[in-house]
Write a protein that binds this ligand. Structure first.
Ligand code: PMP
Length: 434
């Protein structure tokens, strides 16, 4: 990066003395001397501690769907916290939020709150295991469902470690994950129906859940091939497996009813976090009454902060606004223009590429014509991707530094922001050597 980052570098030095990597999540660390530290965020913009302003396309890893520090959401939170920030009892506001979720998302009949996406998927897996009396879980390579030990397998490893796609090797994504858990996880390549079918023929009767992101939201936004999610649904029905749709990134972002509405699919359970509360901490798991109602019947779920008032109030305001205004339609229109514009810039420069994801959450892979899973994505030109990102950041446009992480848009991105981003993108492609 060439712009002024003196204060960021000083803060990184200071933070590194007391925080591992100088940050509070591994994902916030970009490297020595190139990790930005924040001053403020408002609408579609960020300001770093050196006073540089950016059009933000990270949106806090996806939660910001309306805009940073969105006035109406903040006002609702400010009003509600006057009545208490946390209680060992249930507020009516929680019921109202759940009623809105059930109305908006086709697959939800009952919902419980959690504090993070990690917690939501962890609880959903327990519910699925309790419901089926089985322990194995199928996940897809490159998909991320949070930091708990059950699914943090075959997420970030070099794909060479994954073995043959017909018999993949589960690779833990961290030291400290108990090795015996590999008996309970079956990672498979995404978008490969025959491989899934064969695996289920072998172990289907012992599988509690198939957990799947609607698209590869943590690996280049690779979309499901036509009918792949429907195929997963059918296989779950055939083998009595609980289908968990992890909508932590897609929920309240790609449609008001998330991927369930978008693809017309009803999972057994679904998980939410991110856009549900526009940047305040709230997550949820929900689904069929027949499954969710086992919670409390010998099945544990809960947490001190699961009904935290700032999160619940922010969700109340966010869902109210999503239902009142054409938020996601507006984002989709602007996102499509940005996506198309980026594709056109690559094409004009003669750079092979493929565009992936939804207008509200998209990515591109460079140097490849088509990608369907993490194995094919890994053949794309990640160094060039990164070099372009760094040029964009110098020009005041901030996508994530990690090529796996999609670009996220919010309601506050204006047509002019899209124009300015495309201008910066065109200049970056012109100046950065491939
Ligand atoms: N599931 C998916 C699909 C995610 O993208 C993430 C976070 N990126 C999580 C779960 C975990 O959510 P959290 O970071 O809130 O724990």
């Amino acid at each position: 990066m060439n712009i002024l980052w003196e204060k960021s570098r000083a803060l990184q030095k200071r933070a590194s003395k007391v925080m591992p990597l100088g940050v509070n999540s591994n994902f916030r660390y970009w490297g020595e001397g190139i990790t930005p530290y924040m001053q403020k965020a408002k609408g579609a913009y960020l300001w770093d501690v050196d006073g540089n302003k950016y059009i933000d396309y990270r949106m806090a890893f996806g939660p910001i769907i309306l805009g940073h520090a969105y006035d109406e959401v903040n006002a609702k939170v400010a009003g509600e916290i006057e009545l208490g920030t946390l209680a060992a009892m249930t507020y009516e506001l929680e019921i109202e939020v759940v009623e809105m979720m059930v109305k908006m998302c086709p697959g939800l009949e009952m919902v419980r709150f959690a504090c993070s996406g990690t917690e939501a998927t962890m609880h959903a897996l327990r519910v699925a295991r309790a419901y089926t009396g089985r322990e194995r879980v199928i996940k897809f390579e490159g998909m991320y469902h949070g930091f708990h030990d059950y699914t943090l397998w075959s997420t970030y490893a070099p794909v060479e470690a994954y073995g043959n796609p017909h018999d993949p090797i589960p690779v833990p994504s961290s030291s400290g994950i108990p090795r015996p858990l590999n008996q309970m996880i079956v990672p498979l390549p995404f978008n490969a129906p025959e491989i899934l079918e064969n695996m289920l023929r072998a172990v289907g009767e012992s599988v509690a859940a198939i957990i799947v992101e609607p698209c590869m939201g943590n690996c280049g936004a690779i979309l499901p091939e036509k009918n792949f999610l429907q195929f997963v649904r059918k296989q779950c029905d055939k083998y009595g497996i609980v289908m968990i749709l992890d909508e932590v990134k897609t929920g309240f972002r790609i449609a008001n009813g998330g991927a369930q509405e978008y693809y017309g699919i009803k999972p057994d359970l679904a998980t939410y976090a991110k856009a549900l509360a526009n940047g305040y901490p709230l997550a949820a798991l929900g689904g069929k009454k027949s499954i969710m109602s086992i919670i409390g019947q010998g099945v544990s779920q809960g947490g001190t902060f699961t009904n935290n008032k700032p999160g619940v109030a922010a969700a109340w305001a966010t869902l109210t606004i999503l239902q009142r205004e054409p938020v996601l339609k507006t984002i989709a229109k602007r996102g499509q223009r940005l996506k198309d514009g980026i594709s056109q810039i690559f094409s004009e420069a003669g750079i092979p590429h493929c565009m992936n994801g939804y207008p509200a959450m998209f990515s591109y892979a460079i140097g490849v014509e088509k990608i369907t899973d993490q194995r094919s994505w890994s053949e794309s030109e990640k160094e060039y991707y990164l070099a372009l990102v760094e040029a964009l950041i110098d020009a005041g446009v901030m996508p994530d530094h990690d090529p796996r992480e999609p670009w996220f848009l919010c309601y506050s991105h204006s047509e002019k922001d899209i124009d300015d981003t495309l201008t910066a993108f065109r200049a970056a492609v012109k100046t950065v050597k491939r």
